[in-house]
Ligand binder design. Structure first.
Ligand code: ADP
Ligand code: MG
Ligand code: ZN
Length: 612
């Protein structure tokens, strides 16, 4: 059948042979001389035999000179019968002491048991073999409800924050968790609730897993790692029971960290999938929620989850007491890239004149994992050329290798693309900073994120449930800031603005049809229905005439042009500042709020009102 079975058989045969060998070479006491039964009879008649010992079918005769003769009799007949048949008289026999012994231990038992034992051994072995196959094979019938969780707790290769380059703010946020795990008394004394769930969000390879492990390393607590996709396997109900098992294990080891990787595999919005409501994912998700709610105040287990698809997560996961802390990891900027390269250079032999800066400059859009890969490729390049050290040229060469790699979707952009993106983003940021009703800029970056070249992150100053018409117009202006800048500076347009445009026309349409902000006054158009099967889809039923439809379109376009001309005006008037911001962006790639605000302050910019 296969190797294992073959091995089993050869072992059985070997054991059998060695038993037989042992049995046959077992030396009888003071090795006797084998003779025929007839010659023993002869010696008896000569009066030469002093003793006869019968053991099974073996007859041993001790002679007067103490030597021993041995022979075998017919097993059907007894000793007296056998000797009598050969003519030994009763009298002669009576004069010799005859001892009849039991057959001796080992050889006797071996002779009896072995023939019946061997088939048993073979059958038993086959059974054992089949059971092993059944277990390790597809069914795993006995262990399927247990979590397949990995424990990383070896203090030997402990990972701490010093192994994570950059991500300063993110580390700062997680420091609180570390502190809680280390000094719980401090928090409990104040009646503070333990943090329960932290959600790490970010594109693949940005160090989510690494950061979670570093938190455990910093706090010196066990780290349990499980991948959400492992939960949902073959059997229905396994996910939920595995979840229970995983939480129980983590609780037993408390204080500890339970890390759920790729939680989007189970945490997708419930009821949003095809194929019925109560599927496996949903039950697993429910179990996670139940477990997290069930933590008592002093069970010091912090659940960290990671995902690169925050958009699909179920709202229930994000509620207070669950994954209510969110840490956003971005692709590294130029300084962070340099730092990451340095970290992964630690265990490599490098030439002395290596400079990481030019490498960092040429690798925008690379994630931490890509940079690690780059360092490794460089070492391979160097080895292939039989060098003792990695040189600058190896690093430069490996950039392309990583860029062309199969999994690489991001790409480093050309100088021209970089410039266009820098101006585009500077345009968004400047318009936002110029308008009183726009949300303040938190971060401007030209590092690619998804399809867009870069991004400008604006956050409202306070939580807002209501939004005014002026704020919407300001939003539109900010959205057109990128488009208008490209037009103004390059006298050309790129595809980079397409997402801005579609979001803007969406907003403008809603202003007219849903919020009653257009010329129709307090009226809404179109009946919207939320459809929960097939993702979260909206279908709109048209409940107005074609004439109105045309008027809606003109009204939407009026709002769009309002925003657009506002943006254009601002940018024309503040072109100098626009240039300054764009140049700074090209240099630094990312401007944090403080850096950006400093630029704006220097120019004594006045904020404008939105007028309708
Ligand atoms: P994610 O979980 O976000 O997909 P990982 O944490 O698995 O990414 O990161 C993959 C690898 O990339 C890590 O093992 C690490 O070597 C490297 N890496 C990513 N980010 C960093 C960083 N900030 N500093 C050092 N190494 C990093
Ligand atoms: Mg990961
Ligand atoms: Zn844009």
């Amino acid at each position: 059948m296969n190797k294992q079975l073959l091995r089993y058989f050869s072992i059985t045969i070997l054991v059998f042979i060695s038993i037989v060998f042992l049995f046959s070479s077992f030396p009888p006491t003071s090795s006797p001389q084998e003779v025929s039964l007839g010659s023993i009879v002869e010696r008896i008649e000569q009066g030469d035999v002093t003793e006869l010992v019968v053991e099974g079918d073996t007859i041993r005769a001790t002679l007067s000179d103490d030597s021993i003769l041995e022979t075998r009799k017919d097993s059907q007949s007894g000793i007296f019968e056998s000797l009598a048949q050969l003519g030994v008289t009763q009298e002669t026999l009576r004069s010799i002491p005859i001892t009849i012994q039991d057959e001796s231990g080992f050889s006797y038992w071996a002779g009896i048991l072995l023939p019946s034992l061997i088939p048993l051994l073979i059958i038993g072995g086959l059974l054992w073999f089949m059971m092993r196959r059944a277990q390790s094979g597809a069914s795993q019938a006995l262990t399927f409800g247990k979590s397949t969780m990995k424990l990383f707790n070896s203090f030997k290769n402990k990972i701490t924050f010093s192994d994570v380059a950059g991500l300063a703010e993110e580390k700062q946020e997680l420091m609180e968790i570390v502190d809680f795990l280390k000094n719980p008394q401090k928090y409990e004394g104040l009646g503070a609730q333990s943090p329960r769930g932290v959600l790490l969000l970010g594109p693949p390879g940005t160090g989510k897993t690494l950061l979670a492990r570093a938190v455990a390393g910093e706090a010196g607590v066990p780290f349990f790692h499980m991948s959400a996709s492992e939960f949902v396997e073959m059997f229905v109900g396994v996910g939920a029971s595995r979840t229970r098992d995983a939480f129980a294990t983590a609780k037993k080891a408390a204080p500890s960290i339970l890390f759920i990787d790729e939680i989007d595999a189970i945490g997708r919005e419930r009821g949003a999938g095809l194929g019925g409501g109560h599927d496996e994912r949903e039950q697993t998700l429910n179990q996670i929620l139940v477990e997290m709610d069930g933590f008592d105040k002093d069970s010091r287990v912090v659940v960290i989850a990671a995902t690169n698809r925050p958009d699909v997560l179920d709202k229930a996961l994000l509620r207070p007491g669950r994954f209510d802390r969110h840490v956003l990891l971005d692709l590294p900027d130029i300084n962070d890239r340099e730092a990451i390269l340095r970290i992964h250079a630690r265990n490599k032999a490098l030439a002395k004149d290596i400079d990481f800066r030019p490498i960092a400059v040429r690798t925008p859009g690379f994630s931490g994992a890509d940079l690690e890969n780059l360092m490794n490729e460089a070492a391979i390049f160097a080895a292939r050329k039989n060098k003792k050290q990695v040189e600058q040229s190896d690093l430069l060469e490996s950039i392309e290798k990583v860029l062309l790699g199969p999994e690489k979707r991001n790409r480093a952009f050309s100088k021209m693309e970089r410039e266009v993106t820098a101006y585009h983003e500077a345009g968004h940021a400047l318009v936002a900073a110029s308008l009183k009703h726009a949300d303040p800029v938190h971060k401007v970056s030209i590092i690619s994120r998804g399809h867009a070249g870069g991004y400008t992150l604006k956050l409202p100053t306070e939580d807002r449930y209501l939004k005014t018409r002026k704020q919407f117009i300001a939003d539109l202006a900010v959205m057109f800031g990128g488009y208008a800048t490209e037009e103004l500076i390059f006298n050309d347009l790129s595809t980079g603005a397409s997402n801005d445009l579609s979001v803007a026309s969406d907003i403008a349409r809603k202003m007219v049809t849903k919020y009653g902000m257009g010329k129709f006054g307090p009226m809404t158009f179109g009946k919207t229905q939320e459809m929960v099967f097939l993702g979260k889809e909206m279908t709109t039923e048209k409940n107005y005439s074609d004439v109105i439809a045309h008027e809606i379109d003109t009204e939407v376009s009026r709002f769009i042009h309002l925003g657009y001309s506002l943006a254009k005006d601002i940018l024309k008037k503040r072109k100098k500042l626009l240039e300054i911001i764009a140049q700074e962006l090209m240099k630094k790639e990312t401007l944090e709020k403080e850096e950006f605000d400093a630029l704006i302050e220097k120019s004594k910019l006045k904020q404008l009102e939105v007028t309708l």
